[in-house]
Each structure stands twice: as C-alpha cells, then as structure tokens.
Design a binder for this molecule. Structure first.
Ligand code: DUC
Ligand code: ZN
Ligand code: ZN
Length: 559
C-alpha cells in the first residue's frame, strides 16, 4: 500500500477489546489498514510512535460550551465552541457531544437546537454533536421529539434539581415516555432539588454560606435518593437512562443493582469524583469555589476507590469530563459573581456549579494508572461512541470503517522516550478559564500527537497549539449525526420477545404490534390492572411471535 496519506509505525494499538503491536495506515481520513510492524513502508508522511500506546481519539460526551446561567447564580460558560474544542484536541479528545440548552422559560427544543448549531458551526476544532438539554418538556417540546430524531439527536438531559431546570416526577415520566418512542437515551442529573434547597435555607439561616457548605447542603443521600428514583421511573416506563456525573458509592450501588436486574440503566462518572474531595472546597477565603460542582466532590479516598472500582467493574459505562467552566476571578459571570460587601466570601448557593476538565480528562486518568489500557479506551471513547450512536465511525480503530481519530501517547515510564513527569499548571492548558482544579497534580502522560480524521491537529513536542491552528481548519458545518441510541439502549421495535420475562422487569415486556405500543404479560402471570391503560386484547402466540398466548394491554397509539 504505497498510497497511504499517513503511516504510524512502532506503536502499541489499543482498542476496548485488543492490544497489539501494529502499524496503522491512514487514507482519506479513515483507518485504511492495520498491519504487522514493518510491513508497510511508504506513505506521504510517517510518524514513529516510539513504542507508545495508540488509542482511538477521546470521545467526551458531557461538555458545556457557551451556555447561559442555568447552574446557579449568574455564571455563564467561559469557553465558547472555539476555545472548548481547542482545549479538547490538545488533551486528546477528538469528538465532543455538547448540550443544546433549553431553560424552563423556553418553549421549543428545535429552536434551541438551531441556535446552538449556529453558535458551533465553523467554530469547532473537534468533531461534535449535541444532546438536548430539556428544561421545559411542554407539549410543544415533546411533540418535537420525532423531528429532533430526524435531525440526528438521540439523547437528552434532564434535571431533578436547579431552579432553571428542575422537573417534577410526572414531567420526567413525560420525557421518558416520549424518549422511548424515539429511541432516545435520557440522561438524568440525579440530585433531589427540594431537599438540597431545604438544607441550603437551613445553612443560610445559620450564616453557614462559605463554599465548603455546598457539600454539606447536598450529602450523598441527596444523590442516592434521586438516583434510585430515576431508576424507578425508568423501570416503570421501560426506558433507557444514563445517570450522569455520579459521585457517591451509594448511588453507584443502586445503579449496579439495577444493571444486575437487567435494566437498561447506564452511568457516567467524571475525573472530579476520582481526584477531588470536599477538602478542596475548604480552602482559604473563597478558593474553594473553584471546586464547586454538583454533585460535590465526596468525602475521601475511600469514595474515590469505590468510583474507580465502578469503572473497572462496568457499573460506569462512560467517564466524561462534565466540562462546565466558569472563570474564577470574573465578578460578572464567573465564580466571584457571588461576592458582595455583605458576603465577602460569597454564598455557596450562588456559586455557579461546574469545573473545566475537557483537556485534562484523559491525561489525569491515564497517569493515575488505575485502569487497564483497554478499560481506559472503553470508558473514555468506545462506550461513549456506542451509547450515543457514533460508533464505529468514532471510538474504534476499525480498518475501512473508523475515522482516523487517534492519540499517540508517550512510551510508558521507564521506556525510551517516556515523558518526564511534570506538574500540571493552568498555563499549560488551552481552555479559556483562569484555573484548573488539578493545578499541581503530577502527570506522567500527555498526548504526544492528536490526529483527527487523518490530520495531525496537536503536536505536543512541535508547535503545540500553533500546529493546531495552522493545520486544522475549523470544522465548518460538520456535525456528527447520531444514528440512534441503540447500540446499547434498544428502542422498542428491537426488544426481543422470547416468551420469558426479562429478569427484574416485573414480568412485563413491551412490543410493537402493527404500530401499537403494548405491554405484554406472559401467560400465567398476574397483570396489575392499574398498569393497563385501554382495552385488553387477546392475541395468539403466532401473531406476537412468541410461544405463549399473551394478554395485551394497549398502552398507547404510537401514531
Ligand atoms: N450539571 C452538569 O451536568 N454540569 C454542570 C452543572 C451541573 O450541575
Ligand atoms: Zn448535571
Ligand atoms: Zn454537565
């Protein structure tokens, strides 16, 4: 093969399932061939990976850019699409999924999506797609779900907290019901807003308002209850969910239990729950505000251990950044917008919730050395791509199929060419935020090269960001269309009916019969008549392709 555009030699290729010493040939932005080392020898450009790992480009499916004040106080994102995706690329993330945010006060989701496209178009260095963020599941918004699906959206996020966003349980059911029909995955921010507001008022009455009380106002129970409630609502609706940014071992235990029962319940965690603790909120003066996010960093390294374990054992499907940056010093729209003469150290309830992290996600986690390389790839790239319909174009290294999105890492410590361990400082980063919560952390890895669709877009040793600016034209009008959320979460029409109740699903299954969405109870099982909406119909096994006569309760017209 002598017409390759790029040949990467001498690396260790890692995917979620394999690790092998292979050379990679790239042509027209795609992975063209994987070959035993030394077999391919000509290409327009050759990179020697020097024995370093080569992984699929990072896929970060939880990124907030150019968002209005939704997360407490007056905070607005400090990163726009340009600076946020620049930062992503420099940290080895080649695809992001950002949010198209609809506040409670807005009606149409389609309108919000259109505006978000306009902000992103022509401004992104990375490939990108969107989740809807649904703050107002009005009739209009719900009626737009099919069109959102046609426009390539397969996921949306809802909140059980925040004044601007919090949904009641019946609204959550509305969203899950409509999502189910379209095969969306619903992402849920699981904290009990009413409880934490009550706690906040009590703390404020005692004038306990410093940043550290943010963690006091929302203990693990607040997250655990909401996580269990989210699971219950999803089970009731038989709809797939992904609980985002999980911080508590007790919430993780509920998620694992639901998964063990066979429910389509997925979970995400983030580096802040692996590296930060509530001590980080208790810094002198107002400094702790830098680490105010929700849920808050938890108590101690024991909590970290439980979250690492959840990554290793598969409880967490993805490890995202939840990049949600607010400048620290900015008194208009940053963390310090809560300072006043009366409260010189601010009031935690008005500190915008969120941290920067899109650039540091991969290197901090890899440097920690607590995941196998394959697990690292799985949770930071492959599963994210699968979950949101981007796989295998993204998240893998499949010849003829995958985009040539790659990270070439430095050889491991002790090998020739290894990176000298270094102390991270904010000045090394490319986001538009005046701090990093990981300042001072010692790292042993950083992407040596980031490659996006066959182009070297970041060269850590060479011109760094300049190389990025020169070589990577900003993605103009590029939008990754999400196929559907089905790689992991199956839409209704794909639920297999084999006559046996799925484990833990209450014996009920949903089928699609002639366009009618129906709950099927296996013959002989008790059917709770309160769950039935509409007429009971007897159908033969043949008609349902099951070997049992079933009672069919018509739930709705899928129209
Ligand atoms: N939830 C997020 O997903 N991001 C930032 C703030 C929040 O609470
Ligand atoms: Zn959230
Ligand atoms: Zn977020």
């Amino acid at each position: 093969m002598d017409d390759l555009d790029l040949l990467i030699t001498n690396g260790i290729v890692v995917t979620a399932s394999d690790e092998a010493k292979l050379d990679i040939g790239i042509k027209n932005g795609k992975i063209a061939i994987l070959a035993p080392q030394g077999l391919l020898n000509t290409a327009k450009k050759v990179i020697n990976a020097k024995g370093g790992y080569i992984t699929p480009g990072g896929v970060d499916t939880h990124v907030h850019l150019e968002e209005p004040a939704l997360f407490g106080g007056k905070g607005r994102s400090s990163d726009n699409f340009e600076t946020g995706t620049r930062s992503a690329i420099c940290g080895g993330t080649t695809t992001i999924v950002a949010f198209a945010p609809q506040a409670k006060t807005e009606g149409s989701l389609l309108e919000v999506l259109k505006e978000t496209h306009e902000r992103a178009r022509g401004n992104c260095y990375a490939d990108y797609s969107f989740h809807m963020l649904c703050g107002n599941p009005s009739e209009k918004a719900l009626s737009e779900f099919p069109e959102l699906r046609r426009q390539g959206i397969s996921s949306l996020k809802i909140y059980l907290t925040y004044e601007a966003l919090q949904l009641r349980d019946d609204q959550v059911l509305d969203v899950l019901y409509s999502s189910r029909k379209e095969g969306f995955t619903t992402m849920i921010h699981a904290e009990n807003g009413d409880v934490l507001n009550w706690m906040t008022k009590k703390l404020e009455a005692l004038n306990l308002v410093a940043p550290k009380y943010h963690a006091t106002s929302r203990p693990q129970l607040v997250e655990t209850e909401a996580t269990y409630r989210a699971i219950m609502l999803a089970e009731l609706m038989d709809a797939p969910i992904l609980v985002v940014h999980v911080s508590s071992p007790s919430a993780a235990a509920h998620l694992r239990n639901a998964q063990t029962r066979g429910l389509p319940v997925y979970a995400e965690t983030c580096p802040q729950y692996l590296f930060l603790t509530r001590e980080d909120l208790d810094k002198p003066g107002f400094e702790g505000a830098k680490c105010v996010c929700s849920p808050p960093p938890r108590e101690n390294s024991g909590d970290h251990d439980a979250i690492w374990l959840g990554l290793s054992n598969g409880t967490f499907t993805v490890l995202s950044s939840d990049h949600c940056p607010f400048d620290y010093e900015n008194t208009e729209i940053g963390k310090k917008s809560t300072l006043s003469v009366e409260h010189p150290n601010g009031k935690f309830a008005h500190i915008p919730n969120g941290l920067p992290g899109v650039e540091t996600r991969l290197a901090t986690v890899l440097s920690a050395g607590r995941l196998s390389m394959q697990k690292f790839v799985e949770v930071t790239s492959t599963n994210a791509a699968k979950l949101y319909g981007l796989y295998p174009q993204k998240g893998s290294i499949l010849p003829g199929v995958s985009d040539a999105d790659l990270v070439i890492w430095y050889p491991s410590q002790g090998k020739d060419g290894a990176l000298t361990p270094f102390t991270l400082t904010n000045s090394m980063l490319h986001h538009r935020c005046d701090y990093t919560p990981y300042e001072g952390q010692v790292l042993t890895q950083w992407p040596r090269y980031t490659i996006l669709r066959g182009e070297v877009v970041y060269d850590h040793e060479g011109e760094g960001l300049q190389a990025l600016a020169i070589q990577a034209p900003k993605r103009s009008d590029f939008f990754i269309v999400q196929k559907s959320a089905v790689s992991i979460a199956k839409p209704l029409s794909m639920v297999s009916i084999n006559g046996l109740p799925p484990v833990g699903m209450g014996g009920d299954q949903f089928v699609d019969v002639d366009g009618i969405e129906a709950r099927v109870a296996s013959a002989g099982s008790e059917v709770d008549e309160h769950t039935a909406v509409g007429a009971e119909v007897s159908v033969t096994a043949e008609a349902l392709n099951v070997d049992l006569v079933a009672n069919l309760f018509v739930l709705s017209d899928r129209g």
